[in-house]
Design a binder for this molecule. Structure first.
Ligand SMILES: [Zn+2]
Length: 61
């Protein structure tokens, strides 16, 4: 039994009972709902590395 965080909505869920999961860069991510999984699958980088995204807010080229 392991508690993991849904990277999309931030909800804490149990990895053993989570019905929705995706693999990205060798890591498994768990989701509370199909909508969260779909959002992650569309832009996995955005949710797997949220801090990198913030650095790109400066300027627009
Ligand atoms: Zn969620």
């Amino acid at each position: 039994m392991a508690q993991v965080k849904d990277p999309v909505c931030g909800m804490v869920i149990d990895s053993e009972t989570a019905k929705y999961k995706s693999e990205f860069e060798g890591q498994t991510y768990y989701f509370c709902a199909p909508g969260c999984k779909t959002a992650f699958d569309k832009e996995p980088r955005r949710y797997a590395h949220p801090q990198q995204d913030q650095h790109r807010h400066h300027g627009h080229s």
